[in-house]
Design a protein around this ligand. Structure first.
Ligand SMILES: Cc1cc2nc3c(=O)[nH]c(=O)nc-3n(C[C@H](O)[C@H](O)[C@H](O)COP(=O)(O)O)c2cc1C
Length: 179
């Protein structure tokens, strides 16, 4: 089958106008807003992230996309794991705290002033999260700006999750990312 390569710009469209439209359409994609936990060689971090989704049911795989330059990128890659912390809508201001690397003085149970515990993989879990996934790294694919990490869910909690959970989504904030 002959495959014709198209893009990144559609023929006959003004590039500037097209870029604006493309950004707005990409921003309109609904997403959750999470805190990614990572750890390697005694250095831990928590990072705000919205590019996360389940990508396979057997095995249970979750994908996250992390900036190549982020501290968390190296920690996920070297630590072979990540946690995904699901945040309550009422805690929306929390995500502003995790947009630059946290100070990690190695104190157990605490990271950058936040109460944490340690998942089976070694990734930090935010104590105030509504729910969490602990993922063992299975695949890593580098793009120019980001790395797509695919992890298998190896643990999760809490064991008693309320029926009605108000989880934080990008639309609950005035923030946007990517596009
Ligand atoms: C609302 C919001 C969503 C974000 N989503 C992502 C994301 O999906 N992937 C990513 O790599 N960075 C994302 N970021 C940026 C990171 O939080 C930020 O670059 C962080 O400093 C990098 O993490 P580091 O502490 O590991 O260096 C987002 C930031 C905000 C404010």
């Amino acid at each position: 089958m002959k495959v014709t390569s198209v893009g990144p710009y559609p023929p006959g469209r003004d590039p500037d106008a097209y870029e604006r439209t493309r950004r707005r359409v990409l921003w309109s994609m609904p997403s959750g807003l999470y805190v990614l936990g990572s750890s390697f060689a005694g250095r831990r971090n928590l990072m705000t992230l919205n590019w996360a989704t389940q990508v396979s049911s057997e095995p249970k795989l979750v994908a996250v996309s992390v900036e190549r330059e982020a501290l968390s990128n190296g920690l996920v890659r070297e630590g072979h794991a990540f946690s995904l912390n699901i945040i309550a809508r009422s805690d929306r201001t929390l995500v502003r705290k995790f947009v630059k690397p946290l100070d990690d003085d190695g104190a157990p149970g605490e990271l950058g002033g936040f109460a944490v515990s340690t998942a089976a993989t070694g990734a930090p879990l935010l104590e105030c999260s509504l729910a969490w996934l602990d993922c063992q790294l299975r695949e890593a694919t580098d793009f120019v700006s980001h790395t797509l990490f695919v992890g298998e869910v190896v643990d999760c909690g809490p064991s008693e999750l309320p029926e009605e959970v108000e989880v934080l989504r990008m639309e609950d904030t005035r923030m946007s990312y990517g596009g």
